[in-house]
Design a protein around this ligand. Structure first.
Ligand SMILES: C[S@@+](CC[C@H](N)C(=O)[O-])C[C@H]1O[C@@H](n2cnc3c(N)ncnc32)[C@H](O)[C@@H]1O
Length: 219
């Protein structure tokens, strides 16, 4: 798809969401497209994603992130580690703002230009459920603990868990978005942690394999 054709993109998002079993409200769809427009605009200057074509951004970013929404049902405090341009955290926040208003989402990244972008997204989309931190996650100190700590394309599973576990609530879990099931990374999880579930995901329009990995304390 050439250029930012909002109507065509809206149709692509709606069809993809329906394939995922999600029905988007007008507000959710509007915010998703507003986010895409900001990503497209800021990408030219800030290099937030290697994907430049808005149609591909829908598949690789929006639908890939919307596919994980069901795993966050009932969550109240979520942290997205290495959020980058806001994936999956901003998409989860857009989803939750209407249907799960008690859910709050913190996004952390080390790179200031990325968190400046995320702060701009929060302001322009009116996402009161989002908090943005500029920090290395292993040095992040916040008063709250999180029910779910998630990441996409962040780090080796073992590093993700080791660097973030001080922020996880006692009965919390990690949910990592991965491509092919990384058995070698699972084998290297730190002591005291186990893979409790690996869920294969099918993303509309994407052939690549995707997996959602649930990691919990090995009691
Ligand atoms: C490959 S990008 C993925 C961004 C986004 N999650 C996505 O899927 O598009 C990894 C991000 O992790 C951030 N990062 C790397 N090390 C980090 C750390 N120790 N703490 C927080 N963020 C970190 C980088 O700045 C980068 O934005």
């Amino acid at each position: 798809m050439q250029g930012f054709d909002r109507q065509a993109l809206a149709q692509q998002v709606n069809l993809g969401a329906a394939d995922l079993g999600l029905e988007l409200s007008d507000t959710q769809l509007g915010r998703l497209l507003d986010y895409l427009a900001l990503l497209d605009k800021w990408n030219g200057v800030y290099n937030l994603t290697a994907i430049r074509d808005p149609g591909q951004m829908v598949t690789h970013h929006l639908l890939d992130s919307l596919a994980v929404v069901p795993a966050f049902a009932h969550a109240r405090r979520v942290l997205d580690v290495g959020a980058g341009g806001g994936l999956p955290g901003i998409i989860l926040a857009i989803w939750a703002a209407e249907v799960q208003p008690e859910m709050r989402i913190a996004l952390v990244d080390t790179v200031h230009k990325k968190t400046a972008f995320l702060t701009q997204v929060k302001a322009e989309l009116g996402l009161a459920n989002v908090t943005v931190y500029t920090a290395r996650v292993e040095q992040l100190q916040v008063p709250e603990k999180f029910d779910i700590i998630t990441s996409r394309a962040f780090a080796d599973l073992g590093d993700f868990v080791a660097w973030s576990s001080h922020l996880l609530a006692t009965d919390g879990r990690f949910i990592a978005m991965k491509g092919v099931l990384p058995n070698d990374e699972v084998a290297r999880l730190p002591n005291g942690w186990k893979l409790s579930r690996a869920e294969p995901l099918t993303i509309p329009g994407l052939e690549a394999q995707r997996h959602l990995l649930f990691i919990e304390r090995d009691a």
